[in-house]
Design a protein around this ligand. Structure first.
Ligand code: AKG
Ligand code: FE2
Length: 479
């Protein structure tokens, strides 16, 4: 099937079943390979085709099983905080999460989150073929920071998966699609016996209790898609929501602790402390299976951990979404600005898929980061951009022309809106050549009015700088 045939079919209102969506997907892969081989632009209908595939994926998912558990939104209570980190509410993942005092409500700093927190389990979010390391071998170590050896098929498959997550989240939480962007996503490999915490690109065999929004203030919604199955490819490694036990449950907790000592092997002091802590918490485990996904609000209502693997290798794809809009100024700083036509979107796709082959590694990293920030432009047709909303019947355009699209709303609103870059900051930001991009007088109303973003050529990471003072920061808002 070539792209022209598929797009003619779709434009005539054809609804795709799973098989057609897959065939359409592979015809996009072929179109990319052809464009690369012939050194030609990508056919202009490809972005719209991708949108139809994403849309079909979301519709198909609506008919599959799902278990939603509503939870009360939580955030750290500032009074009585035990440390400076706790007072800020942004403690890194740490065992002290267990003792953190919480209060009701969402933090959602800089974002436009809804006030509904939940946990959603989808047992069949992705097909076995989509999770297959035989079909997509590079999924085992996928990161947007290093696409050097990653095929266009794998990158597209990854985008397809993450866009399915984005549309599902927008639908579940009643958010305008335009307000939700992936800030970070990669595949994570856990190997039994590595006796270290996973993360930071390294392999580990567990993840300590943490809150995603505490790791990065701009993570507002999280998802983990599983690529393999517990008790087939690995043992142990439960994903566990770990909740404080309500006061009334204290007696129960002490009973649990006593029980846990029965028939237990001798323990080290460390193990005993961990056991006592766990007995005093409510643990809700999820057993990973191929293609399953857990979607949840990233706040303190959803503290979680990954229990130690006891054998084998476990693969998961976490993704973290933000509702912080990208400041308008950031687009003008990107190597290729905000796309304005379907041709430009097709060009950007080709850059995303092939940049790492035609550019230096530094340049291609910067380009890929841009594409994370432009995700909405890349995956949603331009005519749907004004406050696109995902419904059970499909993506609809907002009726009211006045409906605000935070990505394109007034300069004041976007300049004030924080955004955080996904990469960890490795070194102090370089001092850029100041470029006057904003009105210095407006800084009284908005402390960040003079800030702009740029890509650090050495690391490829985006950083932010004050165009008047030259002050720099790897994170937004600047610290
Ligand atoms: O692998 C998992 O199940 C969860 C990973 C996780 O919590 C994270 O990456 O933040
Ligand atoms: Fe997490």
């Amino acid at each position: 099937m070539d792209t022209a045939t598929v797009s003619a079919m779709l434009e005539s209102g054809h609804r795709m079943d799973e098989e057609t969506a897959d065939r359409a997907f592979w015809s996009v892969v072929q179109a990319v390979d052809k464009a690369e081989a012939e050194d030609k632009p990508l056919p202009v209908e490809v972005p719209t085709m991708l949108h139809h595939i994403f849309e079909a994926d979301h519709q198909l998912l609506r008919s599959r099983d799902q278990v939603r558990t509503n939870v009360t939104c939580m955030q750290p209570a500032l009074e009585g905080a035990a440390s400076f980190g706790q007072a800020l509410g942004y403690i890194m993942d740490d065992i002290s999460h267990q003792d953190l005092k919480l209060k009701e409500g969402r933090k959602c700093e800089g974002g436009t989150c809804c006030e509904a927190c939940s946990r959603n389990v989808f047992p069949t979010f992705a097909s076995k073929a989509e999770c297959s390391l035989a079909t997509f071998p590079e999924l085992a170590s996928f990161t947007f920071n290093d696409l050097e050896k990653t095929s266009a098929a794998t990158i597209l498959q990854f985008v397809r998966l993450i866009e399915r997550v984005r549309r599902t989240m927008a639908y579940e939480y009643g958010l305008d699609l335009a307000t939700l962007l992936p800030l970070q996503t990669y595949s994570r490999k856990y190997v039994a016996g590595t006796t270290q915490q996973g993360g930071g690109g390294g392999e580990g065999d567990y993840v300590i209790l943490h809150t995603d929004e505490a790791t990065h203030a701009s993570y507002h919604y999280s998802c983990v898609v599983y690529l393999n199955t517990q008790n087939e490819e690995f043992t142990g490694g439960n994903f566990v929501f770990n909740d404080p036990l309500p006061a009334a449950g204290q007696e129960e907790a002490e009973k649990r602790l006593e029980e846990s000592y029965k028939n237990a092997p001798p323990m080290s002091l460390e193990e005993e402390i961990a056991r006592a802590r766990k007995a005093r918490r409510d643990l809700i485990p999820f057993h990973p299976t191929t293609g399953a996904a857990v979607i949840f609000s990233s706040g303190w209502e959803n503290m979680h951990e990954v229990e130690k693997l006891t054998s084998g290798t476990r693969y998961a794809v976490p993704s973290f979404f933000t509702t912080c809009p990208v400041p308008e100024g950031a687009y003008t700083q990107m190597a290729v600005g905000k796309p304005k036509t379907d041709e430009e979107i097709a060009d950007d796709w080709l850059h995303l898929l092939l940049a790492h082959r035609v550019e230096s590694p530094q340049e291609s990293v910067g380009r890929v980061k841009e594409l994370l920030m432009k995700w909405h432009y890349m995956t949603t047709p331009l005519e749907h951009h004004k406050a696109a909303r995902v419904t059970a019947d499909g993506l609809v355009k907002a009726e009211a022309a006045a409906a605000a699209d935070p990505v394109t709303s007034s300069p004041e609103a976007v300049a004030a809106a924080p955004v955080e870059v996904p990469a960890a900051a490795p070194a102090p930001a370089p001092a850029p050549v100041p470029q006057p991009v904003a009105n210095p007088e407006s800084s009284q109303a908005n402390p960040y009015a003079n800030w702009a973003s740029a890509v650090d050529p050495a690391s490829g990471n985006t950083y932010y700088y004050d165009t008047v003072t030259g002050e720099t920061s790897w994170t937004w808002p600047p610290q």
